[in-house]
Design a protein around this ligand. Structure first.
Ligand code: NDP
Length: 399
């Protein structure tokens, strides 16, 4: 079989010769008891850079020794890109949310052999899920592999944005000691009302991680959490996003992107928020209206916006979130720490082993199977697609 793997570029200075840490901390299982990915083999050292082209997710030896062909590229956008050329006779496509290969209906139609799209990470909105259902292409992802990595990033972003860390760091780098400038937008998080849109793996973990800051915690989700969890965290449940955002100082967005959540945070929703609130969005860029966010930061309706997700990705060089005031944006990195890479590389191998051995893939990993939303997909997604506009990713020019 031919496996096309689309990954981000290697470091500009080449692959690392050594790493900051020799070993990763040992994690036995996820908080709900789910086991970590458990492939039969592994051809890399944990903690290595695996998500870039030369890292190859550690798959080459395994695939080639089993008679398969692996093609790895980062050339994924624009007419005539290598990924499009290789797709036409591929059986499996592997891509990542950090550097997504947008598998639109048009692209899928060029690939009659395509059987499966694997997301090396979580969030398969870069695949036209409706087209995958229509064409019976299965879609799977490595559920839980980086959920807790993202929750850590959310805490980092809430605290650094409310305290205005970015301004203070820049002052030091510029050789200054301008304390009044450094603190004129700096507050404590303690006592604030913090709310999450969705309390799934990431949302709930972010609530748990924020609890020791002595804040008031809120959530909105389509399904309510167990009573015991609500009591343990002293959570306020809201029947609607609107009712939650009216009372929160910080709103963190943690639902998948699908037709129900696309542009959920538009001008109307942002105007319902408490004046001067902060948003942290590590879910998907398209859940927010990019121009409405930039305008709200300029007017003061929002005090800050941070996140690592954009639409499309890579974000065009003139994307307003690169230059809007009071932002704390990073490229899409929260789920691709070296720690997470080991887990998603193991997860992709586990999925491939199951597929080749004709064994069932874990139900938690399924998004689309046999033409229907399945597993996590049936629980968390809705029918349709959210890939429209992804061709804009071709506008990005490398610096
Ligand atoms: P989960 O599936 O555990 O949680 C998703 C939650 O979103 C579920 O509780 C689901 O609710 C809820 N949800 C779905 N639709 C809605 C809606 N319309 N309104 C409110 N809640 C909704 O996934 P994770 O927590 O692990 O990941 C969530 C998302 O975060 C991913 O889909 C991905 O987009 C993003 N992500 C980002 C990463 C990054 O690197 N920045 C890495 C990993 C994930 P219910 O099931 O109750 O219906």
């Amino acid at each position: 079989m031919k496996i096309l793997c689309v990954l981000y570029d290697d470091p500009k200075t080449g692959m690392p010769k050594s790493y900051a840490l020799d070993k990763l901390p040992k994690i036995d299982k996820y908080p709900d008891g789910m086991t970590l990915p458990s492939p039969k083999g592994r051809d890399f050292n944990e903690g290595e850079l695996l998500g870039c082209v030369s890292g190859e997710l550690g798959l080459r030896k395994f695939l080639e020794s089993n008679g398969h062909q692996l093609v790895v590229t980062s050339d994924k956008d624009g007419d005539g890109c290598r990924a499009d050329k290789e797709l036409v006779d591929s059986d499996i496509v592997i891509s990542q949310p950090f550097f997504p290969y947008y598998l639109t209906r048009e692209k899928m139609e060029t690939a009659p052999n395509l059987k499966m799209a694997i997301t090396a990470g979580i969030g398969s909105d870069h695949v036209d899920l409706q087209a995958a259902m229509d064409r019976k292409v299965d879609v799977v992802e490595v559920t839980y592999c980086n959920s807790r990595s993202v929750a850590e990033h959310i805490v980092m972003m809430i605290v650094s944005m409310v305290r205005d860390y970015h301004t203070q760091y820049a002052i030091v780098n510029n050789g200054g000691w301008d304390i009044a400038d450094a603190v004129q937008r700096s507050y404590d998080v303690e006592g604030m009302h913090i709310g999450t849109v969705a309390a799934g793996r990431i949302g709930l973990d972010a609530l748990r991680k924020m609890k020791p800051f002595d804040v008031h915690l809120h959530y909105f989700d389509r399904h309510r959490l167990p009573d015991t969890v609500e009591k343990e965290l002293n959570l306020t449940f809201h029947e609607s996003v609107e009712s939650m955002v009216e009372v929160c100082d910080v709103v963190t967005i943690n639902c998948p992107l699908h037709p129900e959540t696309e542009h959920l945070f538009d001008e109307k929703m942002i105007n319902k928020m408490k004046k001067g609130a902060y948003i942290v969005n590590t879910a998907r860029g398209k859940i927010c209206d990019k121009d409405a966010i930039a305008a709200a930061l300029k007017s003061g309706q929002l005090s800050g916006y941070a996140g690592d997700v954009w639409f499309p990705q890579p974000a065009p060089n003139d994307h307003p979130w690169r230059t809007m005031p009071h932002h704390g944006m990073t490229p899409h990195t929260s789920g691709t720490s070296l720690s997470a890479q080991t887990r998603y590389a193991d997860g992709v191998r586990e999925i491939l082993e199951c597929f080749f051995d004709k064994k069932e893939i874990r139900n938690q990993y399924l998004i689309v199977q046999n033409g229907e939303l399945a597993g996590m997909g049936a629980h968390s997604y809705s029918k349709g697609t959210a890939t429209d506009g992804s061709e804009e990713a071709a506008k990005y020019k490398k610096k």
